[in-house]
Design a protein. Structure first.
Ligand code: GLN
Length: 533
């Protein structure tokens, strides 16, 4: 038997947290004993998110199989505790590329290729390709009803809905108008009308709201959007995104969805999740972490989602350790201008991934401060590379040591482009060509990292072109830097650490991508632990 489909479509505004809603619905249905996966549709022309600027797109999520995608896939993994593969992200670019390639190889038998049915069919095929042995496939359509860009995807899901058991969930926004002291449902009514224009009737509406939605407003939405009473599910802004599945459960959302398919829950398994949310709410011991990045400020605003997986991994660790987490993002150029004095009341510092020169000197200063003052430090990818540079400059006396990413003529290129990447960059073949996805590392005996992971062989996800330069390994080791994890052939340095320090660890990988709410990253957990002693 094929899978059942749940389509999640947005109305009124983008940025409402459709990804969290999709993940939360998935979590509830999973807790009822069903196998669930999720797909994200991104209506942009890009093949993937890998070539997009972080300030514009936010974090690029990396899948186990090396996809560079929208961060919503991260939410699905964090909530559902599963690996979501590349094929679960569909973009307009991918669809058109295949249709055009097919046309070029006479795949349409001499007739003209058309948006309807060929593009629509391609979308349907790609959605159905993830079905496998899943009971439910939740499909989140990016963008908002009424957008030119996502129209073709709406046509596709309408058609798919005719062929498969499916329901439609519309996520909207309810503004509160101060002048009349009222929550206004009109934009939601318009969004539902726009969806009906494409031939899609919502089964449920989830109106996002900054406050609780009262009964008269719920009634109005069900009356004027023609949906069953009881199928308006409220979703006010909560203290934690991880509390959303619990709020949905209170409203029997999962059971109502199952009922639509004529199904019932097989088990009920949300206890662990509930306890972790309780931990977040009842934790009192504070831990204050600074994330030092290049992409913190954009224009006049602070970017909330450039380092989202790092934030979430820290939250997971704290939920398990019952600690009250405070995160502050610090623009690394600020440290260049004002020095490290501003770091003095932090319990730990994370230097996350990044690209390019700007702000790197600030990161290096911050790392030196952590190393010299026994402040827990976790370096992720670029953060590890910066730590190697800092060590080379300040301990090994290699003045001006750098990465060739930022200084082609440095006397000490301690970080250098991987040989196989040179040609790629010269030919400007930049899309999907970094060292991407899950990579195995062999951890050295008697090191902190080996103890943390509890295994000799581990795997984390990667996304980079540069590496520790093998020429300098011996010198760095002689000066006390420990390369505690290497690639299986021993050529690539995957982890560094220094002894006699509370916690000073860097990794070429991105362990934040494998951290889940119910199963935190061991590295993040240990880092946070060390911040409390
Ligand atoms: N810019 C560095 C590289 O390409 C680090 C990348 C990252 O932090 N993801 O190697």
């Amino acid at each position: 038997m094929g899978a059942k489909y749940i389509f999640v479509i947005g109305g009124v505004l983008s940025g409402l947290g459709k990804g969290i809603i999709t993940s939360s619905i998935g979590k509830i249905i999973q807790s009822y004993g069903y196998k669930v996966t999720a797909i994200k549709i991104d209506p942009y022309i890009n093949i993937d998110a890998g070539t997009m600027r972080p300030t514009e797109h936010g974090e690029v999520w990396v899948t186990e199989d090396g996809g560079e995608f929208d961060q919503d896939l991260g939410n699905y993994e964090r909530f559902l505790g599963i690996n979501i593969p590349k094929k679960n992200n569909i973009t307009t670019g991918q669809i058109y590329l295949s249709v055009i390639q097919r046309e070029r190889s006479l795949g349409y038998n001499g007739r003209n290729a058309e948006v309807i049915p060929d593009v629509v069919n391609e979308i349907k095929d790609r959605i159905r390709a993830v079905e496998e042995d899943n009971d439910f496939v939740i499909v989140e359509v990016g963008g908002t009803t009424g957008d030119i860009q996502n129209l073709i995807f709406l046509h596709a899901i309408r058609e798919l809905g005719k062929e498969t058991p499916s329901i439609n969930i519309l996520v909207t926004y309810i503004p509160f108008l101060d002048t009349v002291g009222e929550l206004k449902t009109k934009p939601t009514q318009h969004a539902a009308a726009q969806l009906r224009e494409v031939g899609i009737m919502p089964d449920f509406i989830v109106p996002r709201c900054d406050r609780r939605l009262d009964q008269p407003r719920k009634d109005k939405i069900s009356n004027l959007c023609f949906i069953e009473r009881g199928n308006v599910i409220e979703d006010p802004t909560l203290d934690s995104i991880y509390a959303v599945p619990l709020l949905f459960k209170e409203q029997n959302f999962g059971e109502k969805i199952l009922k639509k398919f004529g199904m019932e829950k097989k088990t009920e398994d949300l206890e662990n999740w509930k306890n972790l949310v309780e931990n977040i709410r009842n934790s009192d011991k504070k831990v204050k972490i600074g994330i030092i990045g290049k992409y913190v400020i954009y224009g006049d605003q602070e970017h909330k989602d450039v380092y989202i997986s790092v934030h979430e991994a820290l939250k997971h660790a704290c939920a398990h350790l019952k600690l009250n987490l405070e995160i502050k993002q610090i623009q690394s150029t600020e440290i260049e201008n004002r020095g490290t004095e501003m770091l003095k009341d932090y319990d730990g510092i994370v230097v996350p991934g990044g690209f390019g020169f700007e702000g790197t000197e600030g990161k290096i200063k911050a790392i030196k401060y952590c190393r010299e003052n026994n402040i827990p430090f976790l370096g992720l990818c670029y953060g590890m590379q910066m730590a190697v540079i800092e060590y080379a400059r300040n301990i090994c006396g290699m003045e001006g040591a750098n990465t060739t990413e930022n200084d082609k003529n440095t006397k000490y290129p301690v970080i250098d482009i991987m040989p196989e990447q040179k040609e790629i960059v010269e030919k400007e073949k930049m899309g999907a060509t970094m060292r991407l996805g899950a990579c195995t590392a062999i951890l050295k005996k008697d090191t902190k990292v080996r103890k943390i992971y509890g295994n000799e062989e581990i795997s984390e996800r990667h996304r980079h072109r540069y590496e520790v330069n093998p020429k300098y390994i011996e010198k760095l080791e002689d000066a006390g830097l420990i390369f505690s994890g290497k690639s299986p052939n021993g050529k690539l340095m995957e982890f560094i650490e220094i002894p006699n320090h509370k916690f000073f660890v860097g990794t070429q990988g991105h362990p934040e991508f494998k951290s889940r709410f119910e199963n935190p990253s061991p590295l993040f957990k240990e880092f946070i632990k060390s911040c409390t002693i």
